[in-house]
Design a protein around this ligand. Structure first.
Ligand SMILES: Cc1ncc(COP(=O)(O)O)c(C=O)c1O
Length: 442
């Protein structure tokens, strides 16, 4: 038998950290050891106010007893069961609970384990649907500049953030991109939806003119998060919806960030009043206590594929852990918390206070834009001369060392606290951020 070696907590070598400056981290480790409510605690006991709900995912706050107990209970009853040609009740229950929350008509739920898998699954379902309805020539997928749809080959290819793609050579073929919606000259320091930019959706007409009837789907985030919080211009999503319907193209909303109360409604689709054909989700679905994602589709998409197959497997796609019992238990408990505590309503009620605090950052030297919706804010900094992104990274580190967790992308600081955030937390988040921007070199 192999000898079990004791763990070596002081050795940081083996873990190749994702999306990280490994060399910097391992020289200056910042280790999180415990979490509860609105806070983390570092390994050496420092309290850190969580301004980012982990990675936009612990929407109900950390260490929620109801979720922990549901996971523990399920682990004792049945640790794992396959969902290929078999089932277990809790996965069906979790799917029904998700379908109760999604917008009317998006009632069929395919489980995955992450946002990346949700994006790739949604794209594959779109291609399968086009084929099932006799449009097999529709193989082209359209994303948007500055979009983020995770790190699988599908999501990466339709994504539009340069550094996420440039290391990896070949992308999926037959992919095109809409322009992003960031118009700082017209929309700077806008509260909520910007006035200008609806016309940018018309770029889809140009892509249809170019590619004819070969486009299967368009995928966008209702509010682009990872690129630094881009709120859709008024009328933009409505126009995209109209054009997709007109041209037989499926509209996919990637709601991995915007789902589960983040922008003050169950989903971005609900808040923004536009319903896609397919919707992806992850993160807040289980409050991140167990990894889980999902894809919700319309009956039209589901039935065309499922009922259109005379017998046998209808969709040759799925993951060993699709509908994993522990994740299903976590999802049910999380959605129950959302309902019982009206977390989307709480976010909506806190939004004006959060928005005022975010826009007060305008007076801090070096802040060149503030964008917000729900409990998400992006604060953009003037980049340091000759060293783009360095200033925001310094701000991130200064905030952490002073007890506040923020998130940076490029020279944009994003804040997205758990939806249980209270006014004193909001004051502290933005107060520390303002101090950090003043403290670090411009
Ligand atoms: C909109 C969106 N889609 C997909 C993903 C990828 O999710 P994951 O990291 O769980 O694969 C993210 C992650 O931030 C995201 O914001």
């Amino acid at each position: 038998m192999n000898e079990i070696r004791p763990s070596r907590p002081n050795n940081l070598d083996a873990f190749w950290m994702p999306y990280s400056d490994n060399k910097y981290f391992k020289g200056t480790p910042r280790l999180l050891a415990r979490a509860e409510g609105m806070h983390y605690w570092t390994a050496d006991g420092q309290e850190i106010l969580d301004g980012t709900a982990g990675l936009w995912c612990c929407n109900a706050g950390h260490g929620r007893r109801e979720i922990t107990e549901a996971i523990q209970k399920q682990a004792a009853v049945m640790d794992f069961a396959p969902t290929f040609q078999l089932g277990h009740p809790i996965a069906f229950e979790a799917a029904s609970r998700v379908a109760e929350m999604t917008p009317e008509g998006l009632d069929h739920v395919f489980f995955v384990n992450s946002g990346s898998e949700a994006a790739d699954t949604a794209l594959k379902i779109a291609l399968a649907w086009q084929k099932a309805r006799g449009q097999a020539q529709r193989v082209r997928l359209v994303g948007r500049e500055r979009g983020y749809h995770g790190v699988g080959f599908g999501g990466m290819s339709v994504g539009g953030i340069g550094p996420n793609r440039k290391q990896f050579g070949a992308q999926l073929p037959y992919v095109d991109h809409l322009p992003h919606t960031h118009l700082p000259a017209q929309n700077r320091f806008c509260r909520g939806l910007p006035e200008h930019g609806a016309h940018l959706a018309d770029a889809l007409e140009n892509l249809v003119a170019l590619h004819g009837d070969t486009i299967a789907a368009v995928i966008v985030e209702p509010v682009a998060g990872s690129t630094g919080v881009l709120v859709p211009p008024k009328g933009y999503l409505e126009q995209l919806r109209k054009l997709c319907t007109k041209h037989g193209i499926l509209l996919i909303f990637d709601e991995v960030i915007t789902g589960f109360g983040r922008i003050g409604a169950n989903f971005g689709a609900e808040r923004l009043g536009v319903t896609p054909d397919i919707m992806t989700m992850a993160k807040g679905l289980t409050n991140a206590a167990v990894p889980m994602g999902a894809v919700a589709t319309s009956a039209e998409v589901h039935d065309t594929i499922v009922n259109g197959t005379p017998a046998g497997i209808e969709l040759f796609h799925g993951y060993t852990y699709s509908g994993h019992p522990l994740a299903s238990a976590a999802a049910i408990a999380t959605l129950e918390l959302h309902r019982a505590e009206d977390l989307p309503g709480r976010a909506r009620a806190m939004e004006p206070y959060f928005e005022d605090a975010a826009h007060a950052m305008r007076d801090v030297p070096g802040v060149i834009d503030v964008r917000n919706i729900g409990l998400v804010a992006g604060i953009e900094l003037e980049p340091r001369k000759g060293a783009p992104t360095a200033r925001a990274l310094d701000v991130f580190r200064w905030c952490f060392d002073h007890g506040v967790l923020t998130r940076v992308t490029g020279d944009i600081v994003a804040l997205s606290p758990p939806l249980i955030v209270e006014k004193p937390h909001v004051d502290r988040l933005f107060g520390t951020l303002a101090d950090a921007i003043r403290a670090v070199p411009a």
